[in-house]
Design a protein around this ligand. Structure first.
Ligand code: AMP
Length: 650
C-alpha cells in the first residue's frame, strides 16, 4: 500500500489474520508467566492458570496449555463460553479484530471448554489477555445468580447432539446473554429526554409558513427517516430565534449571547426542537452549518436535566464520536465555549496522552468526545463504562464508515443503554449510514440541510488548471509568488510524502508554512492548525486529513495540488473556503491521470454556475470512450484510468 493518508487505523486495511499451520513443540515462558499472573488475580476458582502438558490431567488445577509458536490452547469454564462468543458471534469477531489472532472454540468436556488461539505470539498473548479480562469482567455476585448455589459451573449450556456428543446449546446461551443484558439495563436509573416547551409563536406557525421557511433556509427537508408509525409525534415546527428554543434556559441563552451570534442557523432552527423533545435525529449537514452547536446545547440540557444528580451517575452522560482527532478537538473547543453548570468534557483520541485521558475520564466528566479507536481502547481496558451514556452523537458518520470504523462503532454502541437518545450527522446518505441508523436509532427524524454541493460550493470560484504531472510544482510556486499578503491558503496533496516534500521546499525557499498530515505527531498537528487559525502562517500544506471538519476562518484559497481520489473529497476540500458568508477561490491542478473524475467535476461546476473548460469536456469524452473500448474488449484493466474510483455520490 502506498502512503495514502490514514489518520486512524482502518479496519478495511488491517493486516489479515495469517494462520501459519506450523506447530512447534517447544513452549515459550512468556505466555505461561502471564497466564499464571492472571490466574492469581482471578477470583473464579474455575479459571486458573494451569501448567500441565496434558488435557487429560483433569485433577491438575493449573492451566493446561499446548504452547506452540502459532497456536495455543486455553481452557475456560464452559458456562463462560458465551462471553467469548457474544451475541451472534459478535464478541469473538471483536476479539479477533482487536488482537489479530484467530479463535476457535473447541469441545466442551464437562465444566471446561477448549479454546484454540492461532496467530503470532504477540497476537496470541493479546487475545489471551482479552479473554482473561472477559473471564473477570463481571462481579462474582452477578455470576452467582446464574450458576448454582456453590458457584460451581453447571452444564446448563450444553446439550447432547444426535450423536450423543455434548455440544454448546447456542439458543440457550443467547437467551441467557439477552436476559443478562436486560437485567443490567433494568438496574439503570431512569432517564428523561423531553425538555421542550414549544413557544406559542412557534406553535401558531401555519403549515404554509413552515414550508416557506424551510424552502428559504437552505431548502431544509424534514421527515421521519423510516416508517412514520402511528403514535409518533409530527415533526416539530422550526424555531426562528434563540429565545424560542431556550426560553426556559436563561443560562444557555446567556452563553449564546456571549458568542455574539445574531440568529440560529437553519439546522439549529430545525434540530433544536427535535432534540430538546428527546427524539433521535439524523442531520444531513456538513461542517460550517452550525451542526455542532445544534447537538451540543441540547446535550448540555440533557446532562443537567437527569433525575440522578451528576455526581451520583456511574460514568459520563454524553458521548460524541468523531472520525478524526482534528474534528474531535474542534468539537471539544466548541464545547468549551459554553459554560453550563460546571459540565466537563474530555477529548479521547489516538496520539493524545493516554494516561492523562484516563485520568480525566476516571476523575469524572459529563461529555466524552472521542475517536472510535481510542474509545474502544479505553472501554476494553475498562477505564470507561459505556452503559450509562444516555445521549450519543455520531458526528460525520459517513466519514467514520469510509475510514473503516464500523466495527469500533458497533462495538462501542453495543453495550449502551437502549433507551438513550441518538444523534447522527453525515454529509452524505449512503447505504452504510442508513444501515447504521436502522441498527442504532429509534424512529429518527431526518433533517437535510440543502445538498452537499449547494452548501459547499456556491460561494467558491472554482478554477481548473491543466498541467503535466512534472510541471505541477513549478505552477504552485508561481502561484505562491503572486499571492497577496492577506491570502490564506490550504494546499491539498494526495500523499503524506508530497506534503512533506512541498513544505520542505517552501522552507528552503524561505516561505513560511505549516503542514498537516498523518506522519506528524498530534501536538505538531494541533500547533499547525492553531498557527493557521491565528494567522501566524498563511499557508497550510495538508493531506485529506484536513479536508473535512476543519474550520479555518478567512481561508481565501484552496489549492488542489493533487486532485482527490474521490470526487466527494473534492467537495469537502473546496468547502474549506467560502465560509461564513465570505467568498473563496479553489484552484485545482488537473493532469491527464485525473480523467476519471472529469464527468463528476463537470457536474459540480455546472451546478455551481462555474465556467467549465472545454478541455474538461474532451477529457470526460476520452475517458468514456476508453471505458467503452475496455468493455468491448472484455473489461480488462488497461490504460491510465485504473487509479480513479467512479463511485461518485452525484
Ligand atoms: P460547525 O458547523 O458546527 O462546524 O460550526 C461552524 C462555525 O459556526 C463554528 O465556529 C461555530 O461557532 C459557528 N456557529 C455556530 N452557530 C452559529 C450561529 N448561529 N451563528 C453564527 N455562527 C455560528
Amino acid at each position: 500500500m502506498s502512503d495514502w493518508e490514514e489518520s486512524e487505523p482502518n479496519a478495511a486495511v488491517c493486516a489479515p489474520i495469517t494462520y501459519n499451520a506450523r506447530v512447534f513443540s517447544s513452549s515459550t515462558g512468556r505466555g505461561r508467566a502471564r497466564g499464571a499472573y492472571r490466574g492469581q488475580r482471578n477470583n473464579d476458582a474455575n479459571w486458573r492458570a494451569r501448567g500441565g502438558d496434558s488435557s487429560d490431567n483433569r485433577d491438575n488445577r493449573r492451566n493446561y496449555r499446548q504452547e506452540s509458536g502459532n497456536k495455543k490452547v486455553i481452557i475456560i469454564p464452559s458456562n463462560k463460553v458465551g462471553r467469548v462468543i457474544g451475541k451472534g458471534g459478535s464478541k469473538i469477531r471483536d476479539l479477533e479484530y482487536e488482537s489479530e489472532a484467530k479463535i476457535k472454540i473447541g469441545d466442551s468436556r464437562g465444566n471446561d471448554t477448549n479454546i484454540t488461539l492461532f496467530g503470532t505470539d504477540e497476537a496470541i498473548l493479546k487475545v489471551e489477555n482479552l479473554i482473561n479480562d472477559l473471564m473477570e469482567e463481571r462481579k462474582p455476585k452477578e455470576i452467582v445468580t446464574h450458576t448454582n448455589e456453590s458457584n460451581v459451573a453447571t452444564n446448563e449450556f450444553l446439550k447432547k447432539n444426535s450423536h450423543g456428543e455434548e455440544v454448546i446449546d447456542w439458543d440457550k446461551l443467547n437467551a441467557f446473554y439477552d436476559n443478562q443484558q436486560k437485567e443490567r439495563y433494568e438496574k439503570l436509573a431512569p432517564i428523561v429526554k423531553d425538555f421542550y416547551k414549544e413557544d406559542p409563536v412557534v406553535s401558531n406557525m401555519i403549515p404554509a409558513e413552515v414550508t416557506r421557511w424551510r424552502l428559504t433556509n437552505n431548502d431544509i427537508q424534514v421527515r421521519r427517516t423510516f416508517d412514520d408509525k402511528p403514535g409518533l409525534l409530527p415533526v416539530p415546527n422550526p424555531i426562528l430565534t434563540f429565545e424560542q428554543a431556550f426560553h426556559n434556559y436563561p443560562e444557555i441563552l446567556g452563553e449564546i449571547y456571549k458568542q455574539g451570534f445574531t440568529q440560529p442557523s437553519p439546522i439549529q432552527c430545525q434540530a433544536w426542537p427535535i432534540l430538546l423533545r428527546g427524539e433521535d435525529m439524523i442531520g444531513i449537514a456538513q461542517t460550517g452549518t452550525g451542526k455542532t452547536l445544534a447537538f451540543l446545547l441540547p446535550a448540555l440540557i440533557h446532562i443537567e436535566g437527569q433525575p440522578t444528580p451528576r455526581e451520583k451517575r456511574e460514568g459520563p452522560t454524553v458521548l460524541i464520536l468523531a472520525p478524526t482527532r482534528e474534528l474531535a478537538l474542534q468539537i471539544e473547543k466548541e464545547a468549551s465555549k459554553y459554560q453550563y453548570r460546571g459540565i466537563k468534557s474530555v477529548c479521547l483520541y489516538g496520539g493524545g496522552d493516554r494516561k492523562e485521558q484516563i485520568k480525566t475520564v476516571t476523575k469524572g466528566v459529563d461529555i466524552v468526545i472521542a475517536t472510535p479507536g481510542r474509545l474502544n481502547d479505553l472501554v476494553l481496558a475498562r477505564h470507561l463504562n459505556v452503559i450509562n451514556f444516555s445521549y450519543i452523537v455520531l458526528d460525520e458518520a459517513d466519514r467514520m464508515l469510509d475510514m473503516g470504523f464500523e466495527p469500533q462503532i458497533r462495538k462501542s454502541l453495543f453495550d449502551v443503554r437502549p433507551d438513550r437518545q441518538t444523534v447522527m450527522t453525515s454529509a452524505t446518505w449512503p447505504s452504510g449510514v442508513r444501515r447504521l441508523a436502522e441498527s442504532y436509532m429509534k424512529d429518527p427524524i431526518q433533517v437535510n440541510v440543502g445538498s452537499l454541493d449547494l452548501a459547499a460550493v456556491h460561494t467558491v470560484t472554482q478554477q481548473i488548471m491543466f498541467v503535466d504531472e512534472e510541471d505541477k510544482e513549478a505552477a504552485l510556486f508561481e502561484f505562491i509568488k503572486n499571492m497577496d499578503k492577506n491570502d490564506k491558503i490550504i494546499i491539498f496533496c494526495g500523499k503524506k510524502a508530497t506534503a512533506t516534500h512541498i513544505s520542505t521546499e517552501f522552507c528552503m525557499k524561505g516561505i513560511e508554512c505549516q503542514s498537516l498530515h498523518g506522519d506528524r505527531d498530534q501536538t505538531d498537528r494541533e500547533a499547525a492548525l492553531e498557527e493557521m487559525i491565528d494567522g501566524t502562517v498563511n499557508i497550510l500544506v495538508a493531506t485529506d486529513v484536513a479536508s473535512r471538519g476543519i474550520d479555518i476562518k478567512d481561508l481565501t484559497h484552496v489549492i488542489n495540488l493533487d486532485f482527490p481520489r474521490h470526487i466527494e473529497e473534492y467537495v469537502h476540500r473546496v468547502g474549506r473556503t467560502g465560509r461564513a458568508g465570505k467568498t473563496g477561490i479553489a484552484l485545482s491542478f488537473v493532469t491527464r491521470n485525473d480523467w476519471a473524475h472529469a464527468r463528476d467535476l463537470i457536474k459540480i461546476l455546472e451546478e455551481a454556475n462555474q465556467e467549465v473548460p472545454d478541455e474538461l469536456f474532451s477529457m470526460a469524452e476520452r475517458f468514456e470512450a476508453m471505458k467503452l473500448r475496455k468493455e468491448r474488449n472484455g473489461g480488462e484493466r488497461r490504460g491510465r484510468g485504473g487509479r480513479g474510483r467512479r463511485d461518485s455520490f452525484y
